[in-house]
Design a protein around this ligand. Structure first.
Ligand code: NCD
Length: 326
């Protein structure tokens, strides 16, 4: 199915949907939301936003809920939706979404299955936003990452972007790669342990677009030539080989996980390898891949990045609300 042609003002499924016009409007509106957070008007008054989260979330869930509330909407948040929805009785995701979407005006869903977002899009009767789907995508994280990058560099092209960590199981890296690959001159360095390398789908996409990338295990050598260093957490909950229960690791898998987790760290001993005007990003939550003793470094942008999530999601709700859905 060609999801790329779905208007992101109607449904947000994957980051390939965002074009330059959409991104420019979103960034302008995000700045407006940031400057007028408590005074943006009741754009969503009379509307309901239902947030259903099958997976753990702090930043994403809370920023979606609060973004909708600042715009005047009423919100419902269901955490642990696998347990507290009829999914626990064996209902299919499709049926749950079909029915729940009739009670609301916007639906925000996080799910552990890679193709959940596509299923939600097909089943939902209202604008639906992917808040993270398994290992595959997290498109609104890419939007807030994009805003943070643009805000710092005042451009989004000709950047050398280094992704570090669990590039196989993490979804934020995939969504941001699809997004940044749209801009000329961007190049990618994928730094990962051999058990967590970036998947072939991304490499094929970059090859098709003729975008330069390398894969390496050498973090220190790569830091020096990076405009953006984007660290990620090794995803323990997706590390196991049993597709039904990837969170249950055998002793061998646990040892592999520990090895991957210990491999790359940014701390005060190596942060100065990153050039002065470059930035250090992380979608959070972090484990120990970024030491807290670099939190006050000028290059560390991860808390600003998380803060931007609220304003980006406010802007997104406004754009979706302004769009004449169906
Ligand atoms: C990320 C996610 O859920 O993919 N978190 C987030 O939404 N900021 C990253 C992660 O869980 O490691």
């Amino acid at each position: 199915m060609n999801l790329k042609s779905v208007n992101p003002r109607a449904h947000v499924i994957e980051s390939q949907q965002f074009d330059i016009d959409f991104l420019e409007e979103l960034c302008d509106l995000t700045l407006h939301m940031k400057q007028n957070r408590r005074n943006v008007g009741d754009e969503l008054a009379g509307k309901n936003v239902l947030n259903m989260f099958w997976e753990a979330s702090s930043r994403t869930a809370l920023s979606f809920v609060n973004a909708a509330q600042y715009l005047g909407a009423k919100t419902t948040l269901i955490v642990n939706a696998g347990k507290f929805s009829s999914a626990s009785k064996g209902e299919t995701l499709e049926d749950t979404i079909r029915v729940s979407s009739a009670y609301t005006d916007f639906l925000v869903v996080r799910h552990n299955h890679d193709d959940a977002s596509e299923q939600c899009y097909l089943a939902s009767r209202v604008p639906t936003i992917n808040a993270g789907s398994g290992k595959s995508q997290h498109p609104t994280q890419a939007l807030l990452d994009f805003y943070t990058i643009k805000d710092h560099f005042k451009r989004t092209d000709n950047l050398s972007i280094t992704f570090v960590g669990d590039l196989l199981r993490g979804r934020t890296v995939k969504s941001l790669t699809y997004l940044m690959a749209k801009f000329p001159g961007n190049s990618f360095n994928f730094v990962a342990p051999d058990n967590s390398r970036i998947d072939d789908g991304i490499k094929t996409h970059l090859n098709d677009l003729n975008v330069a990338y390398i894969e390496t295990e050498d973090l220190l050598g790569t830091l020096k030539k990076s405009d953006i260093v984007y660290m990620t957490r090794v995803q323990k909950e997706r590390f196991g080989s049993n597709p039904e229960r990837p969170e249950e690791l055998t002793p061998e898998e646990n040892a592999e996980y520990e090895r991957a987790r210990d491999m790359y760290k940014i701390d005060r001993n190596n942060i100065n390898l990153i050039p002065c005007n470059s930035i250090l990003m992380h979608p959070l939550p972090r484990l120990d891949e970024i030491s807290k003793d670099v939190d006050h470094d000028e290059r560390a942008k991860y808390f600003i990045q998380a803060d931007n999530g609220l304003y980006v999601r406010m802007a997104l709700f406004k754009m979706m609300n302004d769009y004449n859905y169906r």
